[in-house]
Unconditional design. Structure first.
Length: 302
């Protein structure tokens, strides 16, 4: 059984009252004995401020006492079991946490990122030791390691990453050298159509299983935004798309019914697949990644 992490141990492990994005954990951080399928009976009281931090904690066997939800969603990502989600108090929206409620939860540790919560850092660190990684998404593997060290779960993290490496190898072998170019499209409320490029969570998964991308999405950036009348730029051999928020406000309803969408080669070949936004685009972490890879393998018929 992993030792209970006291507030003093957390402070020692974090190397002071709080961590910045670049700071590393101190030598006093406790370590876990092994990865477990269920939360350990004792552990730190953690609040997570985005879906990536939620995935890290849950993957490492720690159900947060509080978590922020995505603004366009009514709850937390549903790829987690309802029984675990029921234990978590919602603490506002990503980027706008309810710090008074977080204080009442008496956390031992708060996990977030500077890109979301730099403006709240001083308030948060007065509540509990606070780790803000620089950003989220693309550096998710490195962020996971920082989360694991702060949580005292390094041995568990090692088991998680080793299992993921085995999984990606199996998926890559099953898919084979098909040469199929995978297009990633996200419809977002009150925004242009978003074509995901190479610097994001999903792009790293496709790289890990050796799948290529359409030329329009090979840019070294997070995403390329295009107006709906330029949806032809979203084409690929396989097209995976999701909707964040209301489909009408995101333009998905109109675009999916448009002649431009129907003219895409992936659509005409019946290789355009809707996927869960909460899993594929918000499930930033190893549990989310493994679930995405399983669905990807199924969708590609391997």
């Amino acid at each position: 059984m992993p030792p209970q992490i006291t507030r003093r141990a957390l402070l020692a492990g974090l190397g002071g009252a709080a961590l910045t994005a670049c700071a590393g954990p101190g030598s006093g951080t406790p370590t876990a004995d092994s990865a477990t399928d269920t939360p350990p009976p004792a552990g730190p009281r953690v609040v997570t401020l985005d879906t990536a931090e939620l995935d890290s904690a849950m993957t490492l066997g720690i159900t947060p006492v509080g978590a922020a939800r995505a603004p366009a969603d009514s709850g937390l990502p549903d790829y987690w079991s309802a029984s675990r989600l029921a234990q978590i108090t919602l603490v506002g929206e990503v980027g706008s946490p309810d710090t008074a409620l977080i204080r009442r939860l008496k956390p031992d540790l708060i996990l977030g990122s500077q890109v979301r919560d730099a403006a709240h850092y001083e308030t948060l660190r007065r509540i509990a030791p606070t780790l803000l990684t620089a950003t989220t998404g693309h550096p998710w593997k490195a962020n996971f390691q920082q989360h694991a060290q702060a949580l005292g779960r390094q041995a568990a993290a090692d088991a998680v990453t080793a299992a993921y490496q085995r999984h990606t190898g199996q998926v890559a072998e099953a898919l084979g050298p098909s040469g199929r170019r995978i297009s990633l499209v996200r419809f977002v409320e009150n925004a242009p159509v978003r074509l995901y490029a190479r610097q994001n969570f999903l792009a790293t998964l496709l790289d890990d299983v050796q799948l290529s991308r359409p030329d329009q999405q090979n840019a070294a950036q997070f995403a390329v935004e295009v107006p709906a009348d330029q949806i032809a730029r979203a084409d690929g051999d396989v097209l995976l798309y999701a909707v964040y928020g209301d489909p009408d406000a995101a333009g998905a309803t109109a675009t999916l019914a448009s002649p431009g969408w129907q003219a895409l080669s992936a659509v005409k070949a019946h290789r355009a697949f809707p996927v869960s936004d909460q899993l594929w685009f918000q499930g930033i972490g190893y549990t989310g990644a493994n679930a995405v890879l399983d669905e990807l393998q199924h969708l590609l018929g391997a």
